[in-house]
Write a protein that binds this ligand. Structure first.
Ligand SMILES: Cc1cc2nc3c(=O)[nH]c(=O)nc-3n(C[C@H](O)[C@H](O)[C@H](O)COP(=O)(O)OP(=O)(O)OC[C@H]3O[C@@H](n4cnc5c(N)ncnc54)[C@H](O)[C@@H]3O)c2cc1C
Length: 509
């Protein structure tokens, strides 16, 4: 390809597509995407997108709920920007053709999820992300955004503190190549595949965060990995665990032990609607106490016709596996779900490297702090990708000699991903302890030393997984307290001294 574009976007989920469809109105945009263009976390989002529409709701309530979940680490300016821009942008998606579910009055039917004080979850039944992805891909086509599939971004080209583009592997032609751009936009999604059990699809190997880290960008709050409490036990589809949306608890679902005893009231006054971290820890505690490999999620007491209409995907999928959710409980376990940390950005999505933006799940805007409130991630991606597309108008042309870019050599590296995933599951999961974290650090550091310096083609994802794992473990070791999603057994309390972001930057830079 070896070409130059105005804006080079990596990733075709909600973040990359939102930026691209808006920036394409005034500039040339190219999206590189690793596999099929709809292959993204976005495509699997079920519950919905949080935004203030209800009469009794307000921006203050939404901001307060978000900050409360963030346990002292949410950046309040970013939170305010997110909640205030939400309704306009969600309405815009609807106007572009997103088939959000409406109530009898023709308004958005608003769902309720854990940690939200009001009903504010706009949704398209239980396939909201699929619907958003569909509409944004259509919009991208309408606006002539070029989307190049099967192109794997490998490493950023950074010269004198400026990002000039990146190296990528063209899987169609089996060739290493590069592209230059006035601005490079990372929208590569999450890191769930660093763990053995995850709700994330195989694309979620943290590539953008790993690339930015290797290039010297600041990366923040990687210890805050959200484990979704309710993924279906022991069943994987295409390399990911199937999620039972939080909205199921919002509609009355009750967590029970294997013998049928409900337990959430013991752990939190909000019971089954407590924030995810509390629910995930409660599930693990109950599983340990009852020596069971799963707990149960029971929604069978709710009207069967309503359940089939409200949760068609969940109903059909569970039925295929022999569980009729209208009659019996679903066996569930926690699984790695969402990365609250990422490439540190300001409220315009600019990273600490010039000409490099980061959007969506791979970024850390500071909105989520130590814990993400359900359905805030699609909103965050929508709002800050839109702002980035406005900021990018100011970007000036790069001046660069193309010859300087192909000096890098291609190399290969080992594939330790299974070993790393096992270590992460065992020592860096829902409940951590210092010894385990140190053990994980030693083993994963060992794996990291086995990769040569160069643009890795084969097993590029394995190196990214190793880099992400080490970032999570290092950040966890740096935070000797328990806060939000990060829980260390020896330090169960929150400490004043740690009321700040954990920021890591590669030593050499
Ligand atoms: C099962 C599930 C349910 C969820 N439900 C909700 C919900 O109800 N509400 C909510 O707010 N959030 C939900 N989330 C979280 C939310 O879906 C994600 O945070 C959000 O979609 C992330 O969007 P994104 O655009 O940042 O990344 P993604 O949608 O993951 O897109 C990343 C893109 O980057 C590409 N990519 C990655 N690496 C490379 C590379 N090296 N080269 C080229 N391309 C690359 C991928 O192929 C993909 O196109 C859910 C997540 C999951 C997994």
């Amino acid at each position: 390809m070896s070409r130059k574009v105005d804006f080079l976007v990596v990733g075709s989920g909600i973040a990359g597509l939102t930026f691209a469809t808006k920036a394409a109105q005034y500039s040339q945009v190219l999206i590189l995407t690793k596999k099929n263009k709809a292959d993204s976390n976005t495509n699997y989002a079920q519950g919905g997108i949080a935004s203030v529409f209800a009469d009794r709701d307000s921006f203050d309530y939404h901001a307060n709920d978000t900050v409360k979940a963030g346990e002292g680490l949410s950046h309040k300016d970013a939170v305010r920007i997110m909640v205030e821009n939400g309704p306009k942008l969600v309405r815009e998606l609807y106007n572009e053709g997103c088939l959000f579910t409406l109530d009898n009055q023709g308004d958005f039917e608003l769902g309720r999820e854990g940690g939200h004080s009001h009903r504010r979850i706009v949704h398209a039944k239980d396939y909201t992300g699929y619907e958003i992805e569909r509409v944004l891909l259509e919009e991208a086509k309408r606006r002539n955004v070029e989307i190049s599939e099967n192109e794997i971004a490998l490493d950023l080209i950074v010269v004198d503190g400026e990002c000039l583009g990146l190296y990528f592997f063209d899987a169609n032609k089996q060739k290493l190549d590069y592209i230059l751009a006035n601005a490079t936009v990372l929208a590569t999604g999450g890191t769930g595949q660093v763990y053995l059990h995850t709700t994330n699809p195989p694309i979620a190997t943290g590539d953008g965060i790993a690339m930015a880290y290797r290039a010297g960008a600041k990366v923040a709050n990687m210890e805050f990995v959200q484990f979704h409490p309710t993924s279906v036990y022991n069943i994987q589809i295409d390399g990911r665990a199937f999620l039972i949306s939080e909205a199921v608890r919002g509609e009355g679902g009750i967590l029970k032990t294997k013998s049928g005893k409900s337990f959430m009231d013991k752990y939190d006054p909000a019971g089954n609607l407590a924030p995810r971290d509390i629910v995930a820890r409660a599930c693990v505690s109950e599983m340990r106490a009852t020596k069971s490999k799963y707990v149960l999620l029971d929604i069978s007491h709710i009207n069967a016709d309503y359940l089939k209409k409200r949760f068609p995907t969940i109903y059909e999928t569970c039925l295929k596996w022999g569980v009729d959710i209208t009659r019996e409980p679903i066996p569930v376990v926690p699984a790695a779900h969402y990365t609250c940390g990422g490439i540190l950005v300001n409220t315009w999505a600019e990273s600490s490297i010039n000409r490099l933006f980061a959007l969506g799940e791979c970024s850390c805007t500071g909105v989520h702090g130590a814990n993400r409130l359900a359905s805030n991630s699609l909103l965050e991606a929508l709002v800050f990708s839109t702002r980035a597309s406005e900021k990018a108008k100011e970007i000036k042309e790069i001046k660069v000699k193309t010859t300087m870019c192909m000096q890098k050599t291609a190399c290969t590296g080992p594939d330790y991903r299974l070993q790393i995933k096992q270590i992460m599951n065992q020592y860096v999961g829902v409940m951590r302890n210092v010894k385990g974290l140190e053990k994980a650090h030693r083993s994963i550091s060992d794996f990291c030393t086995k990769f040569d310096d160069g643009v890795l083609i084969q097993n590029a994802e394995a190196r990214n997984i190793a880099d992400i794992a080490i970032l999570i473990v290092k950040s966890a070791i740096m935070r000797l307290e328990s806060r939000g999603l990060h829980y260390i057994r020896e330090y169960p309390e929150k400490k004043k001294d740690f009321a700040k972001d954990t920021i890591i930057r590669r030593k050499e830079s």
